[in-house]
Design a binder for this molecule. Structure first.
Ligand code: NAP
Length: 429
């Protein structure tokens, strides 16, 4: 006999409304796949009068989303935010022994350890597939399909807005501000794009991926974060000339001394690498496992359909009684990782300098590099206009981050350097 499970959905925006619509439209299919009739019984949002394109009349409406915590078998949190009603609702539901599905990366990145422990203590299930890379089933892949592997690193394009901007700058030779303004006008970027373009949203997702891959508690504060505001169309063009593409990557890796280094920053990746071909608003996550080698999953990282797809897959897993712990191993077994510093990172670098065309400038830059043990791999210097600063673009052989940063600080103080040097790491993904 098919079981009946009730759902309370708090948050009826882009993701919530589509989740309600899909659940109603495909009720029989989901029942066949999960063994349970899934019935939404209770909903909540701020504005009761808003037309959301779905029929809500038959559901119990709650003005206070936290009241949904004991109104159904499964509580679905789709409001967002790492505190306030989202946190209060999830905590209250888990304490009531109700299973929770959420798409909220900020919440899980910040409170994931506490919430996972709470779920286990009260015999509830906590799932958040949609919180990382939207429609791509990356959490399911790590916790099930790839669970035989020890991971060495994961690298991903984790923010579709940033990737859309960088792709457009690259393909159309346009400036960052111009592309961002167009993305905002078309609704691809938020009015306040800070989280997307300053790397914060990608870092929330990276904190979750790190926990899953390395069995540690999420540690958002340990992530080195740089966004894409400083990338210029000149950088895109020089990258292309050198055989690279600029991407905002989130990278988590186990270091030789068993530390975990987490970083989000623009990277140059080889133009013929699989991750370089992830264009527009798409996301991708590349995992390196000891047994499988490299796996790349790509797909839509946001949007109503893809995100609701991930939310409903979690609901179906709960309905099936899948009790895989939220972070693959029991919350009590997840300990804080030892963060590895950026200073010890070994990689290659792209450096763009805007310099006055004076004799001896290049010799001085080379001398500073030599003083820090940095060797140059390639150099681009186009003919300079006598009255305007000219770009010198260099790539280095592998070197240590601390040496590179010290060298760049010294170079930046040279009288002939006209602008802030542009340093971008070259990632061998
Ligand atoms: N959109 C995506 O593509 C995407 C992708 C991956 C993950 N996510 C995550 O999914 C979650 C929802 O995102 P979304 O894009 O659907 O957001 P959204 O369109 O802004 O919708 C948020 C919903 O939450 C409701 N809400 C907000 N604060 C509330 C409060 N204090 N009390 C009651 N209801 C409240 C809003 O009510 P009103 O409608 O009445 O204002 C709205 O229905 C977020 O955690 C987000 O990070 C979204």
């Amino acid at each position: 006999m098919t079981e009946r499970l009730t759902l309370a959905i708090a948050g009826l925006g882009t993701v919530g409304a589509e989740t309600v619509r899909l659940l109603a439209a495909h009720r029989d299919l989901y029942a066949a796949r999960s063994g349970a009739m899934l019935d939404v019984t209770c909903v909540s949002a701020r504005d009761r009068t808003k037309d959301r394109g779905v029929a809500l009349d038959s559901y119990d409406w709650q003005d206070d989303p936290v009241a949904c915590a004991d109104k159904a078998d499964i509580v679905v949190e789709l409001m967002g935010g790492d505190s306030g009603p989202a946190y209060d609702l999830v905590k209250a539901a888990l304490t009531n022994g109700k299973s929770v599905v959420t798409a909220n990366k900020a919440l899980i990145a910040k409170h994931g350890a506490e919430l996972a422990e709470l779920a286990e203590k009260h015999g509830a299930i906590l799932r958040f597939e949609a919180a990382v890379a939207g429609g791509i089933p990356i959490i399911d892949a790590i916790t099930h399909g790839l669970s035989a592997n020890r991971f060495t690193s994961l690298a991903g394009i984790l923010n579709g807005t940033a990737n859309y901007i960088l792709t457009t700058m690259d393909k159309e030779g346009r400036d960052f501000d111009d592309v961002l303004a167009e993305a905002q006008a078309k609704g691809y970027a938020e009015a306040d794009p800070t989280f997307d373009i300053d790397g914060i949203d990608a870092a929330h997702k990276l904190a979750i991926l790190t926990s899953l891959a390395f069995g540690c508690t999420p540690d958002f504060a340990a992530i080195h974060i740089e966004g894409i505001r400083s990338i210029t169309r000149r950088d895109s063009a020089y990258a292309k000339e050198l055989g690279y593409v600029v991407k905002l990557l989130g990278i988590t890796e186990q270091t030789a001394d068993s530390g975990i280094r987490q970083r989000v920053h623009p990277c140059l990746v080889a133009a013929d690498s699989p991750i370089a071909r992830i264009d527009g608003a798409f996301n991708a996550v590349q995992c390196f496992g000891n047994a499988i080698g490299r796996v790349l999953l790509e797909g839509p990282g946001a949007g109503a359909g893809p995100t609701a797809s991930a939310v409903i897959s979690d609901i179906l897993q709960v309905a099936r009684g899948n009790r895989t712990p939220a972070f693959m191993q029991p919350a009590t077994a997840c300990k804080a990782a030892t963060p590895a510093s950026m200073d010890s990172l070994q990689t290659r670098y792209y450096l763009r300098l805007s310099v006055l065309d004076q004799p001896g400038v290049l010799a001085e830059i080379t001398r500073i590099f030599a003083e820090h043990g940095i060797s140059v791999q390639s150099l681009i210097q186009h003919d300079a206009d006598a009255n305007r600063p000219a770009d010198i673009v260099m790539t280095t052989h592998e070197t240590q981050e601390s040496s590179m940063q010290q060298a760049v600080q010294t170079i930046a103080r040279m009288q002939a350097i006209c602008d802030q040097p542009q340093l971008i790491r070259i990632e061998p993904v």
